[in-house]
Structures are given as C-alpha cells and as structure tokens.
Design a protein around this ligand. Sequence first.
Ligand SMILES: *Cc1c(COP(=O)(O)O)cnc(C)c1O
Ligand code: SF4
Length: 349
Amino acid sequence: MTHWKEILQKSIDTPAELARHFDFDCSALEAANASFPMRINPYYLGLIQSVKDPLWKQAVPDPTELLDSVCIPDPLDEENLSPVPNLVHKYPDRVLFLVASECAMYCRFCTRKRKVASSEMIITDKMIDDGIGYISKNPTVREVLISGGDPLILSDARLDSILGRLRGIPTVEVIRIGTRMPCTLPMRITKELVAVLKKHHPLYINTHFNHPRELTTEATAACSLLADSGIPLGCQTVLLKGVNDTPETLQKLFLGLLRMRVKPYYLFQGDLTRGTNHFRTHSSIGIQIMRQLIGTISGMAIPTLALDAPGGKGKIPLTPDYIISRGHQLIFHNYCGQTCSYPENGDPV
Ligand SMILES: *Cc1c(COP(=O)(O)O)cnc(C)c1O
Ligand code: SF4
C-alpha cells in the first residue's frame, strides 16, 4: 500500500490541476483559491463524481466564498479565549488544544478557515510547551481536546510525544482527538499509528463525515482499526446546504456511521465563519430534520443538533419542541405526531 504521505504529496492545490479531471471554468475559482487555499488529495478526489456534487462542494473553492459580507473571521472568539496561543479554554473542565495547522484536505466550510493552512497558524514547539504547561497548572482541566488543523497530519512520533506529555499530567483524565483523517485520508490510520494511540487510553476520537458517499471501504477499514484498539469513535457532522441538508441524506449517513462503529455525536448548525455563508441553512431545517429522524431510526444513530453560539458562548442544543403544555399533566407530541400526556408528581421546581 502506498504510504499516506506519498498520497498526500500528490494532492492538487490549484483549480487548473482540477480542470484536468473535470470540465468546468477554473479561472472563476482562482480568486477564492488565493484567499482560502485548496488541497484535495488523490483519495478524496477519487470520491468526487461530478462538478458541484456534495463532495465537490466540500473540497473545491467557490467564487461565493468571497461574496460573504455576513460572516466574520473568528465567530467563536477563539483567539480571545486563548490564555496561550492555540489553546482555547472556554468551558470549566476541558480545553481545546490546536497542535497542527495542516489537514489532508482543506474543507471549504472549515470553522477555522481564518487560520488553517495559512501563515496565521504556525505551531511551534514553544506553543506546544506552553499549552502543556497551561494544562498542568490548571487542575480543573479534566479533558483535553486535541485538534488543529488535523492532529493526525503529525508524525506518529510527534503525536506519541504530545500524548505522552499530556498523560503525564495527573489531572488530565480523558484525551479526545478531533480528526477528519478517517474520512479524508483513511490510509493515515495505520497499524503503527493505532499502536501509538492505544498507549494513551482513555482516548476518544471524534471524526467528521458529512455525506454517505464518504463511507467507503477504506474509511470502514480505518474506523475498524481504531475501534478494534478500544478507541470509542464519535462523529461531528456539519449541516451543509446543498451537501447533506435533507433527512434522507442524514439518515443514510448516521445509520452508515453506526454500522462502522462510529456514534453520531454532534450535527452542527453552520458557524458564522467568513467565506462559508453559502453553506448555512436556516435553523428550522436542522430542527425539522431531527424531528423526522428521532424515533424513526435507532437512538444510537441520533446526534445532538448543536449551535456553537457566536462570541464563544458555547454549544447550545437545538431540539425539536415536543411539549404542548405544562400543568398537572405534561402534554406533548410523540415522534409520529400523536398527542400524549404524563401526570406530574408534585410541584415544579
Ligand atoms: C466544542 C468545544 C469543546 C467541546 O465541547 P463538548 O460539548 O464537550 O464536545 C471544548 N472546548 C471548546 C473551545 C470547544 O469549542
Ligand atoms: S479537516 Fe477539519 S480543520 Fe481541516 S479544513 Fe477540514 S474542517 Fe477544517
């Protein structure tokens, strides 16, 4: 099997190269590519079937990225919530630690589009040291979320070192890695990598699939390797207009993930990240989709639809409203729209 780094080196990063594979006007994409870089590796390129299909839209620059006058560079206020560079401390008991600036593909909807793959994001050894120092001095931090960029773009040795140093902090209970590699370059999940990861349990991985066509044989093999080494797998999907914003598509995705031993964890309402406005859906669309899925398919396949509140205010679940009235009886709809009631016991708190 070709080494994942060799596959990655063959990535295309200009619209002109893409025009060798598909028939479209590549000059229209040059400006968007200059503002927000593209990278499409040969594996993901092979999944794209036609111009503007759901996988194309995730990977290929679009002129509308530059027409976004609504969104802002850092909607989650991550820079202001960083006590040291590239470590975001927003919630009391967990931090987000950005350890890599590159990815196997640059997703057009990326929430960190402002910095991923740009000169705004250079991760130095000192930043890693400072992040680890911060975590060791803050014993309320029970969980460290390692993200980027994509942490699995780092070498096995570098990952082993970072994970080992975090494990050396007695107050760190759980390590969670956020990575799109099982989806965008599943060959990265090797036996050697898995041997490194399993040294640092309890370790969770949240991966990121957005469309059922991403659930390939290769992706399934990658998830099997991870799951077989005892790593619980979750998925953070982003709700994207024109990509996965129908109940049929998401049902297929979530049930497919479950078969791959990946538990759908979050379905994110689009962030207000500059250059991604064309992907945002009205909040009612996601809520309506959740209403159609909850109860219809296995609860194991149902993620929480969440809105990451602007200004770094945290993730808010968006849940269909089932309650009709409250009193001595709680009156509500069930999943198929029937009216039901439940007699209360005592007074409300
Ligand atoms: C999303 C996020 C987390 C993790 O939130 P969970 O609800 O535990 O998945 C932690 N820190 C930051 C800054 C985040 O954006
Ligand atoms: S893999 Fe994740 S961090 Fe990298 S570009 Fe895609 S969404 Fe952004």
